[in-house]
Ligand binder design. Structure first.
Ligand code: KG4
Ligand code: ZN
Length: 343
């Protein structure tokens, strides 16, 4: 007999540069979501240094776990399962979360649930609203840009993805040219709101009848324009540069998402991942959806649930449990290039 007790999942996320531990009730209620960011340690290198990231995770993870349990006011005896991101991500970073989760699952005789980071980003939406299948997800992060049709719980169909740079990666690279610290997305977004799309950078692949993206041409066009200006002593408006870049990224993301919605009717669209925090993208998507697909509900998690966090892993873990997928054993390993289709 199934009991009516709440299902409590202790979730770990250490795939990149955030050490995060959360306690989630019934897949949608956040009892705690502790996030220790390492950004300051990586900024001077202009990106995440894997060895530095792993070391920080080792230092932070037990403390974060204690905080997560204390804030949620639960003990190990109350837990239903332990969940952990096992890919994609940096192998050394992933292994710290996996080792901690394994040790605790073993010590407290709890099932160990292996969770895909990208599924986590998508199911962050479940912390905001109940999801109805099938739904569409646009995953836009530092490492991924993908359009995914989620046909049933944990059933992902990859409709299209980037051929080169991810959207967040492009933000970080052009941000560097503008002298903005890593990760640059938030500051480029702020500057963009103060400028206009005067440079009319290319909108790669926008007219192609497919759901693929490319951002490296845009990045090169941006960098070439800035270098050319500096060679001839011309001063360009940083605000207009940011606004022009953002307009190009946003237009392509929105255009391809609308194409996907035309081909695959759904009731809900989820925007997931760090770039989902982008105010320009949020506004452009909302307006276009309203005009073209007013019946489609747009779900974008609040800012703190867009970036990497363990609450989203707890939400995805509940879906994993509900599908009856097997718990992992202690041989669970990191899978740095895991994708949604193999999950
Ligand atoms: O999902 P995430 O936290 O980590 C990965 O799994 O990659 O995404 C981080 C990315 C970074 O590239 C960062 O610059 C970008 O998300 N980002 C943004 C914004 N906030 C974060 N990009 C555009 N606009 C933002 N407001
Ligand atoms: Zn992420």
């Amino acid at each position: 007999m199934k009991s009516n007790k709440r299902q409590l999942i202790l979730a770990f996320e250490t795939s990149c540069d955030e050490t995060s531990v959360a306690v989630i009730a019934d897949g949608h209620e956040i009892l705690s979501n502790i996030i220790a960011t390492q950004i300051k340690s990586h900024q001077r290198f202009g990106g995440v240094v894997p060895e530095v990231a792993s070391r920080h995770h080792v230092e932070q993870i037990l403390h974060c776990t204690e905080l997560a349990l204390a804030e949620a006011q639960v003990t190990y005896a109350d837990l239903t399962a332990v969940a952990v991101t096992y890919g994609p991500g940096l192998v050394g970073s992933l292994l710290i979360g996996i080792s901690a989760a394994k040790a605790l699952a073993y010590a407290h005789q709890l099932p160990l649930l292996p969770i895909n980071h990208l599924a986590g980003h998508i199911y962050a939406a479940q912390l905001v609203k109940p999801l109805h299948y099938p739904f569409m997800a646009l995953v836009v992060s530092g490492g991924h840009t993908e359009l995914v049709l989620v046909s049933a719980p944990n059933q992902f169909e990859l409709l299209g993805e980037t051929r080169d740079d991810a959207a967040g990666e492009a933000y970080d690279k052009i941000g560097r040219v503008l002298g903005i610290n890593y990760p640059a997305g938030k500051e480029v977004d702020r500057l963009a709101h103060l400028g206009n799309d005067t440079f009319k950078f290319p909108r790669a692949m926008i007219d192609e009848d497919n759901l693929y993206f490319s951002f490296s041409g845009l990045k090169s066009a941006f960098i070439n324009r800035v270098h050319h200006a500096s060679q001839i002593g011309e001063t360009l408006s940083r605000e207009d540069l940011a606004a022009s870049f953002q307009a190009s990224v946003g237009e392509v993301l929105v255009n391809k998402t609308l194409r996907a919605l035309s081909a695959h009717p759904v009731d809900q669209l989820v925007i997931a991942g760090g770039v989902a925090a982008n105010q320009g993208l949020r506004e452009m998507m909302r307006a276009n959806l309203h005009n073209n697909f007013p019946q489609v509900e747009l779900i974008i998690p609040p800012l703190r649930l867009c970036g990497d966090n363990a609450a989203m892993i707890g939400a995805a873990a509940q879906v994993y449990l509900a599908t009856g997928a097997p718990a992992a054993d202690l041989s669970l390993n990191a899978d740095p290039s895991l994708d949604l289709v193999r999950y």
